[in-house]
Design a protein around this ligand. Structure first.
Ligand SMILES: CC(C)(COP(=O)(O)OP(=O)(O)OC[C@H]1O[C@@H](n2cnc3c(N)ncnc32)[C@H](O)[C@@H]1OP(=O)(O)O)[C@@H](O)C(=O)NCCC(=O)NCCS
Length: 234
């Protein structure tokens, strides 16, 4: 179900996502949508997965019980060290769900089952963070596969690709960079970003709720190269 394209074979001005969509047409037995498998090397690997449906929908208040459970799962809690009680989740996510905060909150589904969540925002809306990470013009996003049974099976790579391509990319005309900054010890998250075409940049210290700093690694996606120029930007 996989196929590959060499970076040097992608025509100038064409994005990797578009090149992959076009390449899919060469394989009669494959049907889309195209999913990224590993974009970290010269050989760009993609796949089609006709057996599974990866989708993203807006978070609603009815998702809060799942959200509370997910942020308390040990594999998430290790890297997500705040907003854990029902009251904290309500206070932190409630305004965005109600439309009172520009952060956009999403639930990720695999075959209709909610298994994780994400959020995206203009980094310039968070001046303190913009100063810390030095990427004021980028679009930031955070993510977690909350259901432990779905971690480490390649689902995160596929879902976050769909999320970035179908949900984040169309929403921010003019954005040339997507940005996430995992803890430097979060090998799974750093590897996932590399597989989606992100490159590592600045290391910086991010203060946590308890005041303790976490050293994180800024990872950036060249949106024009990987997804293509959003038509609204030209
Ligand atoms: C990070 C996360 C979204 C990754 O999703 P996932 O579905 O588990 O990831 P995938 O199965 O698609 O794997 C991605 C890659 O990371 C690797 N990986 C996963 N966990 C790893 C670990 N603990 N150490 C090293 N590599 C790891 C996988 O092997 C895979 O690379 P490979 O194909 O080269 O083998 C998920 O693990 C998660 O939600 N973690 C908790 C929350 C979190 O850390 N969020 C990010 C905060 S910045």
């Amino acid at each position: 179900m996989e196929f590959e394209i060499l970076r040097r074979q992608v025509p100038g001005g064409q994005s990797w996502a578009v090149a992959a969509d076009r390449a899919l047409g060469r394989f009669e037995h494959l049907v889309g949508p195209v999913l990224a498998v590993d974009l970290s090397t010269e050989s760009l690997r993609f796949r089609a997965d006709p057996e599974n449906r990866y989708s993203v929908r807006p978070m609603v208040r009815g998702d809060f019980p799942d959200l509370i459970r997910w942020v308390n799962e040990p594999h998430v809690a290790r890297w997500w060290d705040e907003h854990r009680t029902a009251e904290q989740v309500e206070a932190y996510y409630g305004p965005a769900v109600a439309g009172d905060d520009p952060t956009r909150l999403w639930i990720w589904e695999l075959n209709g089952r909610s298994i994780g969540f994400g959020q995206d925002y203009r980094i310039s809306d968070h001046p303190d963070y913009a100063l810390l990470c030095s990427r004021p013009d980028a679009i930031g996003f955070d993510y977690a596969i909350g259901e432990p049974a779905y971690v480490g099976r390649g689902v995160g790579t596929s879902l976050i690709w769909v999320y970035l391509r179908d949900i984040v990319w169309p929403a921010y005309p003019g954005a040339l960079e997507f940005f996430a900054a995992p803890d430097h010890r979060n090998a799974g998250s750093l590897r996932l970003l590399a597989k989606l075409g992100f490159t590592q940049g600045l290391w910086f210290d991010e203060p946590q709720a308890d005041g303790r700093p976490n050293t994180v690694i800024g990872c950036s996606l060249d949106v024009a190269q990987v997804m293509g120029v959003n038509p609204s930007t030209v």
